[in-house]
Design a protein around this ligand. Structure first.
Ligand code: FMN
Length: 252
């Protein structure tokens, strides 16, 4: 009961944020997108004092290799083989493997923009991040691209936020599913939204885990973590709540 009223409060809070959503979205997009240096304003400054334009502070998006649509492992075999795996070698993933995992979670699979996992009202409230040894990347389904969100290895800090679970620190990548509840609340309101959004995270999580098996990788879905700490470590936008961490790597 208390949990339900907490959820209601959260959705009401997020509905309040709805008004600010376009602004937040624009701010986040601006932070993620390649910076085009604005043309300097015309001034009377002598040429010798004109500062060079600032270097772009954000790397351009990385296009991921096209996802493969056929593989050597059947759905049945992947479902039968899937087991939570918590120990990994220190081998990294290829860009193609990483792209395939993200595509399985939120990839666009139709000309209309529909995605690999179902979404209530096709409102797509979930955002995926890939926490790698190099940095934290945001997955952009449009264009199947990665955008650098945060440089550096955040896995150790993320593991601390997840009750020091070693699978998080060891994984070649931790796929993070974060939710923007307001996207779903605009249509489904306070009662259905919390349910729909977490159901969707389940769909995405299972797709990612089965794709991992099909790639010869392993992973584990993690729900035990401090939300505020994960938010802080990953510097998630204020309207995004982490729901799942999915460490993935090569079986040790
Ligand atoms: C919602 C949810 C939260 C979970 N959280 C954790 C977790 O924090 N740490 C962990 O090691 N496993 C976690 N698991 C994995 C379960 O422990 C695991 O699925 C269960 O033991 C069954 O084993 P199997 O996945 O190998 O079939 C979680 C699973 C679910 C569905």
């Amino acid at each position: 009961m208390a949990a339900q009223s907490n959820l209601r409060r959260r959705v009401v809070r997020q509905r309040r944020h709805l008004f600010a959503l376009p602004v937040l979205a624009a701010a986040f997009a601006a932070g993620c997108m390649p910076v085009t240096t604005p043309a300097p304003a015309a001034t009377n400054t002598p040429a010798s004092r004109v500062e060079p334009p600032p270097a772009p502070s954000v790397a351009p998006p990385t296009s991921l290799p096209s996802p493969r649509l056929q593989g050597p492992v059947s759905f049945e075999a992947a479902a039968a083989r899937r087991r939570s795996m918590r120990s990994f070698t220190d081998q990294r993933l290829t860009l193609a493997e990483l792209g395939q995992l993200l595509w399985a979670g939120q990839g666009i699979t139709s000309p209309a923009g529909l995605r690999a996992a179902p979404s209530a009202g096709a409102l797509y409230p979930l955002e995926l991040y890939a926490v790698t040894p190099d940095g934290v990347y945001h997955y952009r389904p449009q264009g199947h691209q990665l955008v650098l969100h945060l440089a550096g290895d955040m896995r150790p800090a993320l593991a601390t936020a997840a009750l020091s679970q070693s699978s998080v620190a060891q994984a070649a990548v931790v796929i993070v599913i974060a939710a923007v509840y307001a996207r779903t609340a605009q249509k489904y309101g306070a009662t259905r939204t919390p349910r729909y959004v977490v159901l969707e995270a389940g769909h995405v999580g299972q797709n990612v885990l089965l794709q991992a098996v099909a790639l010869g990788l392993g992973g584990v879905p993690i729900g035990a973590f401090y939300d505020d700490q994960v938010q802080a470590v990953l510097k998630l936008p204020a309207d995004q709540e982490p729901l799942y961490l999915i460490p993935i790597g090569r079986p040790a």
